[in-house]
Design a protein around this ligand. Structure first.
Ligand SMILES: C[S@@+](CC[C@H](N)C(=O)[O-])C[C@H]1O[C@@H](n2cnc3c(N)ncnc32)[C@H](O)[C@@H]1O
Length: 502
């Protein structure tokens, strides 16, 4: 079974030593809400079965493309083409410009040229995402700056490799966005294998692969990191980790769709090849899913151009992985609403210390709608006396957190201000979802509705907790002079973790 247009790609894959178990798996076109083109089980498949395998030499990465060698390794490094995605984008543009003579011609032919991601939306549709942080994360301006200031000068400086005519067709800004979006929605972080070196790219690898492969126990594959690469993550401080993976386009593996909680196949890395194995039994006729980490709809939309909508255990539809992010500056806005109470220089000193200590500048409310411990920790810092704050600094961690009325009042106001960033109500969006919407507007409505439901659920919980505390304080008034009984100890995450900030 094959989806339309895949025949010459599949032949190319098999000719180049790719393996697909065509007895048990085929390609077909599912409904758009099921991912469109994808893979289907042709028989009942047990867990642990190899569905297909891809020789490492067939993955498209800066390691395997011929361009880095032609440009020269020194220039490649000088221009930082080995950092982030820009090098891979250039390689993909280059391979595309080689037409049928590219090793990946048949593969490039089946990759999408159009995307439903907000990167390609007009202003009107982007407005629909107001309240979510999706638009701020698109990185469109950064991408365009990289194109104009990094990629284009390199291309223009080597007319021997990039002719003037080819620049217009193959190295345009439009192509840059297309290649970037292909990487965002389909690439894998492929772990390197032992014996790998800067110089052993392309077909020369085959011999090295074989010798390395024979020395490694291939029966014990390491679990893959699925295709969750992102330039933000690529540019992380963790250089060591970055050195261990190649962001790669992986033919066939990237034909599998994803849906929350449904993963039944996963990519495993071996010395000479990558193998897609079933992680659960799959019944005949079922879709084969390689889910990318059960992401919230905002991230699914930004990276892949789709959303997950399913029946939720508590009723209604949504994505159980949804979250709401709150920037720390919303907390600061609440403090500024109380002039004189929180002097500006004190706010700044506290925020600086909190960030230095590894506090996140974005606080995340998850689907359980609980107030994030980091949000409470941050608010608590502002409520400390100067002496208490000094003590916290000396100790290198904030004091143990407790929820009391002053803290809860600020938290409630933070949630209200964050809610005000959305233009529509839950009811309005629910009504919109059953009306006739364009795909982009439908996606935007699903994303913001999911976030608002969590936000408003959290607000409701926080208000209920406040009422309970007020009641409690009435009950204990007179019998206690301290407010210690008014405070409910929350499960604190202790000091902020030293995680990298995004
Ligand atoms: C890795 S590719 C999967 C194969 C892809 N359907 C194809 O035709 O090449 C990821 C893309 O597939 C689509 N997709 C995957 N899972 C989906 C889902 N659950 N619902 C809708 N679209 C999905 C999205 O367009 C996404 O960007």
């Amino acid at each position: 079974m094959s989806a339309p247009g895949l025949d010459s790609f599949v032949s190319w894959f098999q000719r180049n030593n790719g393996f697909i178990d065509t007895q048990i798996m085929g390609f077909c076109t599912f409904a758009p809400s099921e991912g469109g083109r994808g893979a289907v089980a042709l028989k009942d498949i047990p867990e642990g079965q190899v569905l297909f395998s891809i020789p490492r030499s067939l993955t498209l990465s800066i390691r395997n493309s011929s361009l880095p060698k032609l440009l020269g390794p020194q220039l490649w490094r000088e221009k930082q083409l080995d950092k982030g995605w820009i090098g891979l984008i250039l390689c993909m543009m280059w391979e595309n410009a080689q037409g049928p003579s590219s090793k990946w011609a048949e593969y490039l032919e089946i990759l999408p040229k159009k995307f439903d991601t907000p990167m390609f939306w007009d202003e009107n549709d982007l407005q629909e995402l107001k309240g979510t942080y999706v638009v701020d994360k698109l990185g469109k301006e950064d991408a365009e700056r990289d194109y104009n200031e990094k990629l284009l000068p390199i291309v223009r400086s080597r007319p021997d490799l990039f002719s003037a005519e080819s620049i217009v067709t193959y190295y345009s800004l439009e192509q840059y966005h297309i290649m970037g979006s292909r990487i965002l929605s389909r690439s894998f972080d492929v772990e390197r294998w032992e014996g790998d070196s800067e110089n052993d790219s392309d077909q020369n690898n085959i011999a090295a692969d074989t010798s390395v492969g024979s020395a490694i126990d291939v029966d014990l594959p390491a679990p893959s990191s699925t295709n969750d690469s992102d330039p933000d993550e690529q540019n992380s401080d963790d250089e060591d980790e970055e050195d261990q993976v190649d962001v790669s386009m992986v033919p066939v593996a990237d034909l599998l769709n994803a849906r929350y909680g449904t993963e039944n196949a996963k990519l495993f890395y071996e010395p000479t090849e990558l193998k897609m194995l079933t992680t659960k039994p799959i019944a005949v006729g079922e879709q084969i899913w390689n889910t990318y980490g059960d992401l919230p709809n905002a991230e699914l939309l930004r990276r892949y151009g789709h959303v997950d909508l399913m029946e939720l255990s508590g009723g209604g539809k949504g994505n159980p992985g949804d979250v709401v992010e709150i920037r720390a500056d919303v907390v600061v806005s609440v403090l500024f609403e109380r002039p004189g109470t929180f002097p500006e220089n004190r706010i700044k000193a506290i925020i600086d210390w909190y960030l230095e200590e590894g506090g996140d500048d974005v606080l995340v409310i998850e689907a359980d709608m609980e107030l994030p411990p980091q949000l409470l920790t941050l608010i608590r810092l502002f409520l400390l006396s100067p002496e208490e704050f000094k003590k916290a600094q000396d100790k290198g961690k904030p004091p143990k957190n407790k929820v009391d009325l002053p803290l809860l009042d600020i938290a409630i106001r933070v949630l209200q201000l964050r809610s005000d960033e959305f233009l529509t109500s839950v009811d309005t969006d629910e009504a919109l979802l059953v009306s006739d919407l364009t795909l982009n507007k439908y996606h935007a409505t699903v994303v913001r509705l999911g976030e608002k439901k969590i936000l408003w659920g959290a607000l409701k919980k926080a208000k209920e907790l406040r009422s309970a505390l007020v009641e409690q304080s009435k009950g204990t008034a007179g019998s206690e002079t301290t407010s210690s009984k008014n405070k409910r100890k929350i499960t604190s995450d202790g000091p902020p973790s030293k995680k990298s900030k995004k």
